[in-house]
Design a binder for this molecule. Structure first.
Ligand SMILES: Cc1cc2nc3c(=O)[nH]c(=O)nc-3n(C[C@H](O)[C@H](O)[C@H](O)COP(=O)(O)O)c2cc1C
Length: 221
């Protein structure tokens, strides 16, 4: 697959088939992803691959936490206020996602069901949990993790696998720490759900948008 095609065809997958992903494939992807750039070659990412029964337990607990009324406390802060332009884009992707599943805004039960599915990682058979040591510089390590995660997603795309980068996987770090024995010295950054995409589910094929070149790019005269 051409790099450009991998970039243009990768999209967030929000419905996975149950089929397992062989460890050899995971090893190959994770081995290549090590070649992502990082500040001073610090390679601050630390990766836990979660599958099988342990993943099933996590999905259930993550979903239950979301409906328990417990406040999320992610270790990457979520600002309450966003600039209008970003807020609008965020609203738009939420709307398109629900519309693709014919879920009306007013249908609270169906929306809750979707949230439940999201907390259960859309049935993905693999969760790649990305952490950093709390001792590394937060801002640069977040840039580095972003590069790593995109590399990982493109490598998965090349093999026909789907991914969804998921803040929803790390809203309740206490339960992750407890289940997977993660030390307090680590920062739990983000999860990547991975598996074979359900190509028949319209949630995986609705039209997405990007801003125009003029919105982002300026050349000097
Ligand atoms: C840091 C980060 C966290 C994300 N968290 C979630 C999430 O919790 N749930 C979800 O459905 N999508 C999540 N996404 C996916 C974004 O919504 C998606 O990347 C964006 O809408 C662009 O769409 P595309 O990935 O299909 O190109 C996340 C993406 C990033 C980069």
């Amino acid at each position: 697959m051409e790099l450009k095609d991998a970039i243009r065809t990768r999209r967030s997958i929000r419905s996975f088939l149950s089929g397992e992903v062989k460890k050899e494939i995971m090893d190959a992807i994770l081995s290549d992803a090590r070649w992502s750039p990082s500040w001073g070659n610090t390679q601050p990412w630390e990766v836990l691959v979660i599958t099988g029964d342990k993943l099933d337990i996590f999905k259930e607990k993550n979903r239950n936490a979301a409906f328990s009324g417990k406040s999320p406390n992610p270790e990457i802060a979520m600002p309450e206020e966003w600039p209008e332009i970003n807020k609008n884009r965020y609203r738009d992707i939420g709307k398109r996602t629900l519309e693709s599943l014919s879920i009306a805004r007013a249908d609270k039960e169906a929306r809750n069901n979707f949230t439940g599915e999201m907390m259960k990682l859309f049935n993905a058979p693999v969760l790649i949990l990305i952490m950093t040591d709390k001792g590394v510089a937060l801002e640069y390590s977040m840039l580095d993790v972003g590069l790593y995660v995109q590399t990982l997603c493109l490598l998965a795309q090349e093999r026909g696998l789907g991914t969804c980068i998921m803040a929803a996987a790390v809203q309740y770090p206490d339960l992750i720490r407890e289940l997977f024995e993660i030390s307090d010295s680590k920062r739990i950054v983000v999860g990547v759900a991975l598996g074979w995409p359900d190509k028949d589910n319209p949630v995986n094929s609705f039209d997405r948008t990007r801003g125009s070149m003029e919105e982002f790019v300026r050349y000097t005269e």
